[in-house]
Design a protein around this ligand. Structure first.
Ligand code: GLN
Length: 381
């Protein structure tokens, strides 16, 4: 008999792949996996094509091309008044998920505990487990997904190595407020705890709110990895290019893993993105752009039987469905695809205990027309 050596026996295929595949099989409108269904700026494509034609087709430096790292450092300095040395404190990664994987791999060993806030992006827990770490979830609940920091404090032990933050939050669309940041500063003060701050939706914050990057707070920044994504910034999730920021002592360890994981990220994309981003107006209007989509989706969905939860950031709008049925979220999500032709994500997939608060996540990073067609179908329920 072939022995079962699985390191992740309880882990199945990621919910994003499952739902996108189901959507394709049923020819459904796919509001499940988070990605735009429209093209990026043609100028950006031209810049990348030109980079290829100009011969930027061999390995990039392991840490990323200098021009892009410098640009990232300048952007972060401008936005958050934080100084990161592009030579030692910025690394270009193959997307946000790889940066998260690499930061965890560099620091988590058997027995280390990592605090996460659930519902949580689905790569965190399996990655921690694969490294022999222990996941310590703090479960947030609808409608507000508020964090009671006194309860979070109870999760801290002598083995707590890391805490993962995510704001704007996937899947709930909530954002961290000043009270959360201040509580976190108090909790981590005088400790060796590392913060992994997943900020891939940093530019997607609505209603005049500001993104509270960990980079804004020296007490947090000095112990933090910050993960960001060019996919969300440029509407190019399929390019899988992102970056990681950290003080040099942390980044040194990150790069030890990065070099043997991806080694370096594809060159022409980096060159093209660096040239394109020289003009910061390419992304400065991003929150307004997505806020319009959010508002449209919310106003359309308000006419259906679904109930809208608050959404202050990210690509995502969550809803409850108590006026429709008391089915499990995964059951109704599958039924919406098969019977109504609209795909969403059941939020129980983001809890390791599969806690089901009967919430579905819809991605509104779509053309107006797509959103309208999807909601027309959902109106029939
Ligand atoms: N971040 C995307 C989402 O939440 C999906 C990423 C992925 O499919 N790996 O939908």
């Amino acid at each position: 008999m072939i022995p079962n050596y699985s390191k992740l026996p309880g882990t199945a295929t990621t919910i994003f792949t499952v739902m996108s595949q189901l959507a394709a099989e049923h020819n459904a409108i796919n509001l499940s996996q988070g990605f735009p269904d429209y093209e990026c700026d043609p100028k950006l494509i031209e810049f990348v094509a030109r980079a290829m034609k100009d011969g930027h087709n061999q390995y990039a430096p392991m840490t990323g091309i200098p021009a892009l790292r410098e640009l990232v450092a300048a952007k972060v300095s401008h936005l958050y008044d934080a100084k990161y040395d592009p030579a030692t404190e910025v690394t270009i990664t193959a997307g946000g998920t790889q940066a998260i994987f690499t930061a965890l791999s560099a620091y988590i060993s058997a027995g280390d505990e990592v605090i996460i806030f659930e519902p949580a992006y689905d790569s965190y827990a399996p990655t921690i487990k694969m490294l022999g770490g222990l996941v310590k979830p703090y479960e947030m609940a609808p409608p507000d997904y508020d964090i009671d920091w006194e309860m979070v404090k109870k999760l801290f032990t002598a083995n707590t190595k890391m805490i993962i933050l995510n704001s704007p939050h996937n899947p709930t669309g909530t954002i961290l407020r000043e009270k959360d940041i201040q509580a976190l500063i108090k909790l981590t003060k005088d400790s060796d705890i590392i913060i992994l701050s997943d900020e891939v939706y940093e530019h997607l914050v609505y209603d005049g709110e500001t993104h509270r990057s960990v980079a804004l707070y020296p007490e947090l920044r000095e112990r933090a990895f910050i993960v960001a994504s060019f996919g969300k910034l440029l509407h190019t999730t399929g390019w899988k290019v992102g970056y990681c920021l950290a003080p040099d002592y942390l980044m040194k360890e990150f790069r030890k893993v990065h070099q043997f994981n991806v080694f370096s990220v594809n060159t022409p994309m980096q060159v093209g993105i660096a040239n394109y981003l020289e003009d910061a107006s390419t992304y400065s209007g991003l929150s307004g752009y997505f806020e319009e989509k959010r508002d449209l989706f919310r106003s359309l969905m308000a006419e259906t039987k679904f109930k809208l939860l608050p959404c202050n950031g990210s690509y995502f709008q969550c809803v409850t469905y108590e006026d429709i049925s008391d089915e499990a979220d995964i059951t109704i999500a599958r039924r919406l695809i098969a019977e109504y032709g609209v795909a969403s994500i059941p939020v129980s997939a983001f809890y390791i205990r599969n806690t089901d608060h009967h919430v579905l996540r819809f991605c509104f990073a779509k053309k107006q027309d797509t959103l309208k067609k999807a909601v027309e179908r959902l109106m029939k329920i």
